[in-house]
Design a protein around this ligand. Structure first.
Ligand SMILES: C[S@@+](CC[C@H](N)C(=O)[O-])C[C@H]1O[C@@H](n2cnc3c(N)ncnc32)[C@H](O)[C@@H]1O
Length: 275
């Protein structure tokens, strides 16, 4: 199980190379500690003792790969996650977006969509629902399908209601969903202007002329080179004056693209693209 010695390190790198060649998912520039933790977890859940024992299944069983992919991509998320971030969006960014005739928002690394529905609610409450389009992308189809369904566990709603209130929500959070046994289904009107699609930040291209890009809790899994590549992608995808929202855990300030952006809400790591 330990990936401590030199041979195991080599095997680990070879597996990442194999995943890339076979499935086109490029984890070679993901931060190592987190990847190793996730692979150890998958080993502990299967009958393999070492990563090399796992190789045959990995390359020949696409279902096993799909499971490993979900392990590697870490999909933890919630509605109105970090409420102060959504409050800053409402108070600082939305007034600027209201000046545009139409706005395009990109949620990159949207996971199962909780964050996307939160933004849709915010846009609706701010009167931007009919003049906005949200592109919600992730590299993991399992979570994307969940996002598309708009179905979430009912037992999370208490926490989400609290987040919504702290984020400055204007209505009753329960107005946005219908209970369905142990789940809730999000209001159809919210889905109307969301386009969910598979997009890999490592290998896929630019989304043109975005007014706002949200990419929170994703960069932490990338190494410095990959972070720079993705910052370039975002810089090229945003119109001048557009907003890049990273959330509290990530910063653009240590990247080569720092000079392309000014601070808009420092603590929430919301940046404006310099014209
Ligand atoms: C921890 S979740 C963050 C979800 C949401 N943004 C939030 O903050 O609550 C990280 C997401 O990034 C996605 N991800 C990881 N690597 C990616 C890549 N190369 N391209 C697109 N999405 C990626 C994962 O599949 C996962 O759903």
């Amino acid at each position: 199980m330990e990936i401590a010695n030199e041979n195991e390190k080599i095997e680990f790198e070879l597996r990442l190379q194999a995943i890339y060649q076979k499935y086109g998912y490029d984890f070679r520039n993901y931060a190592r500690a987190s990847l190793k933790r996730r692979i150890r977890y998958r080993l502990s859940q299967s009958n393999f003792k070492t990563i090399s024992e796992m190789q045959h299944k990995l390359l020949n069983d696409s279902k096993f790969f799909a499971t490993l992919l979900s392990d590697l991509t870490i999909n933890v998320t919630e509605m109105f996650r970090d409420p102060s971030f959504f409050k800053a969006l409402r108070e600082i960014v939305i007034p600027e977006l209201k000046k545009q005739p139409f706005i395009k928002v990109w949620h990159a690394g949207c996971s199962s969509g909780e964050e996307v529905y939160s933004t849709a609610i915010l846009l609706k409450e701010e009167g931007l629902h009919n003049t906005s389009l949200i592109y919600a992308t992730d590299t993991d189809d399992v979570v994307l399908n969940k996002a598309k369904s708009g179905i979430f566990a009912i037992d999370r709603m208490k926490d989400y209601t609290l987040n919504y209130r702290k984020a400055g929500g204007l209505a009753s959070f329960a107005d946005y969903y219908t209970a369905l046994y142990d789940n809730v289904i999000m209001d159809n009107s919210l889905k109307k202007n969301i386009v969910f699609s598979n997009h890999n930040l490592v290998t896929d291209g630019v989304f043109g002329e975005m007014d706002m890009i949200l990419c929170r809790n994703v960069f932490i899994y990338f190494n410095r080179d990959l972070q720079d590549r993705v910052f370039r992608l975002f810089s090229e995808s945003l119109r001048p004056g557009g907003f890049l929202c990273l959330g509290t855990k990530e910063t653009i300030r240590s990247s080569s693209f720092s000079d392309d952006f000014e601070n808009v809400a420092d603590h929430e790591r919301i940046y404006g693209k310099i014209a």
